[in-house]
Design a protein around this ligand. Structure first.
Ligand code: P5A
Length: 440
């Protein structure tokens, strides 16, 4: 992408309304724009990052055996009356009437709708296990939307729903998601700690929140320091291996970790003092096993191997992509801006032409830009006529992992400079060597 043709409205000033660094940086870099309270547009730079986050989520959901579909944002109130949650959900639910005065709602979650899909088609245990997910907008009329897309009213959620014949099989489904979540967050450069959690309006009694440690986090968390050294499940993890997945779950839940709602002071104090971790964190995922809470009132049953009808055991599993983007920024930035982990960076490389209009600079940059694109890279080429200083500041601010700096002085010797955004390390290379290094 040529910056001169891109849409990336960088703000010169720090936006006053932003209280935390991720919100400030997302507004400054033109990643998002607030449209009304707690409702955001994702501008092109932000959309590119969000797409990368979603792609990782999808890959890991698919790897674990979950299957993608897409359900609507608007739901009929009837389904929620069946489960009994229509009245319980309270003011967080946005209720709407259509032209026939039929009560509708903007879905805050999809347990009812997926249970309805399930009961319409699945009648036999032979079609189980089943785990269906989608990545779709949700709406919760939060009292205090804040910190930009970290806690918004409209937000994106990956929500998966598992269906099994009995509790034992459902626990395996839960463990699959547990392992998939560890991999998902790790691939984004994050270390998420699973913590026993309260289940709120979703229900059930077996639940874990996945929490990223960050000073600006909304949750107060208490855990053992050991988590920092636990291994992430490997790419070739066998998601059908019941004992193997149980072992991963057991390992990751073997030491104390809980949010303030579930905190057990005595258990925490039993940890040697130097190994206690009391911090703040951001909840980026939340998984639930709730048995027959929805299948019972909604009549989702299958015929078992015994020929009898069984209510299906269910779980649901959420990740917040539009919260993950600011969470990644909270975990990875410096005073100059964002430092994207390569896996979610909006571009692979930023190519800085220090003197646009200079024949030598333009020719070298065009060559680099074309070669990078031909090699399947996604470079951002700063071909604008801004001052070099402005270009450096922008490149640092938007946090693309590698910068290639091409100026008249270096190019007189056929050389460009490579800068690593994270370490600040610079190296001078010939154009050819720089290309070899970047496309390797
Ligand atoms: C699990 C999937 C559920 O709704 N039903 C379907 C279950 N869980 S949850 O914990 O309430 O939400 C799942 C994840 O969604 C993100 N999230 C939010 N992101 C941004 N703004 C919000 N207001 C918001 N609320 C929830 C979180 O990442 C949460 O873990």
């Amino acid at each position: 992408m040529r910056l001169s043709r891109f849409f990336m409205p960088i703000l010169k000033e720090n936006p006053k309304e932003a209280e935390i660094v991720s919100h400030r940086l997302m507004l400054r870099t033109g990643m998002v724009r607030q449209q009304s309270q707690g409702i955001y547009s994702w501008l092109p730079l932000g959309k590119k990052v969000l797409d990368k986050v979603n792609a990782i989520i999808r890959e890991e959901q698919n790897r674990s055996g979950a299957i993608e579909l897409l359900m609507p944002t608007l739901q009929s109130a009837e389904l929620w009356q069946e489960s009994g949650r229509y009245d319980d959900y309270g003011k967080e639910m946005l209720r709407i009437k259509d032209r026939q005065e039929r009560p509708m709602l903007y879905g805050p979650t999809n347990e009812e709708m997926i249970t309805d899909i399930f009961r319409s088609y699945i009648k036999s245990y032979k079609n189980l296990p089943l785990n269906l997910y989608h990545i779709q907008l949700k709406f919760r009329d939060e009292i205090r939307p804040r910190f930009g897309t970290m806690r918004s009213r409209e937000f994106l959620m990956k929500d998966a729903y598992s269906f099994d014949l009995n509790k034992e099989a459902a626990i395996h489904a839960y463990n699959r998601m547990f392992a998939a979540y560890l991999r998902t967050f790790s691939r984004m450069g994050l270390r998420a700690i699973p913590m026993r959690a309260d289940t709120g309006p979703i229900g059930g009694n077996h639940s874990h929140e996945f929490i990223i440690l960050a000073e600006t986090g909304e949750s107060e968390v208490f855990s053992h320091r050991d988590f920092v050294n636990f291994d992430i499940p490997a790419e070739d993890t066998d998601f059908d291996d019941v004992a193997g997945l149980q072992a991963i779950f057991d390992k990751w839940t073997s030491v104390y970790a809980a949010t303030s709602e579930m905190h057990d002071e005595a258990a925490f104090n039993a940890i040697p003092e130097g190994e206690r971790l009391s911090a703040r964190g951001i909840e980026v995922g939340h998984i639930f096993y709730f048995g027959t809470k929805y299948s019972e009132p909604m009549g989702a049953k299958v015929q078992g191997p015994d020929g009898k009808e069984h209510l299906v055991h269910m779980g649901s599993y959420g990740i917040g992509p539009t919260r993950l983007v600011p969470a990644i920024i909270e975990a990875s930035h410096d005073e100059n801006g964002i430092i994207w982990p390569a896996a979610v960076a909006p571009f692979d490389v930023v190519l800085i032409n220090m003197k646009a209009g200079d024949a030598v600079c333009d020719a070298a940059c065009e060559r680099l830009y074309t070669a990078l694109r031909n090699a399947g890279k996604d470079p951002l080429y700063d071909d604008t006529d801004d001052r070099a200083g402005t270009k450096f500041a922008t490149a640092d601010l938007i946090g693309v992992p590698v910068q290639v700096i091409a100026g008249p002085r270096g190019l007189a010797n056929g050389e460009v400079e490579l800068k690593d955004r994270k370490t600040g390390a610079r190296e001078t290379l010939t154009v050819e060597a720089a290309l070899n290094k970047l496309v390797g």
